[in-house]
Design a protein around this ligand. Structure first.
Ligand code: HEC
Length: 95
């Protein structure tokens, strides 16, 4: 019984972290360079578990280009983690 309660709170905390990550209050920029398939795949594997609705399409990613590059280059994102050097390189250089 106690175990269930602990499991319930763990699930709640994880879903809250996911919901908190939303870029809807951050400004968008005009889309200039659509991300490549490789870049989309990298962002999906590294970021989407928290940013559930932020990076669905190429457009979504494109209009956040400078925010994304800035956050990753400065090491603010991914929150509570680090990226493999290769992934960081792909994102920061918009490859
Ligand atoms: C463990 C959860 C988590 C992961 C993984 C994550 N983020 Fe975030 N991100 C957040 C949260 C929560 C916020 C909202 C507010 C804050 O703390 O800045 C945020 C905010 C942001 C912001 C706006 C604020 C800023 O600092 O510029 C950007 C841009 C961003 N994330 C990009 C990314 C990218 C790109 C990745 C993948 C490399 C990523 N995030 C991975 C949780 C996460």
């Amino acid at each position: 019984m106690k175990k269930n309660i602990i499991l319930f709170f763990c699930a709640l905390i994880f879903s809250l972290i996911g919901c908190l990550a939303s870029l809807k209050n951050f400004p968008k920029e005009p889309c200039v360079t659509l991300p490549s398939d490789k870049l989309v795949a990298t962002i999906h594997s590294d970021c989407i578990r928290c940013h559930t609705n932020d990076y669905t399409t190429k457009e979504d990613i494109c209009v956040r280009k400078s925010l994304i590059i800035n956050a990753v280059a400065a090491g603010r994102m991914p929150k509570m983690g680090t990226l493999p050097k290769e992934d960081k390189d792909i994102i920061v250089n918009w490859k």
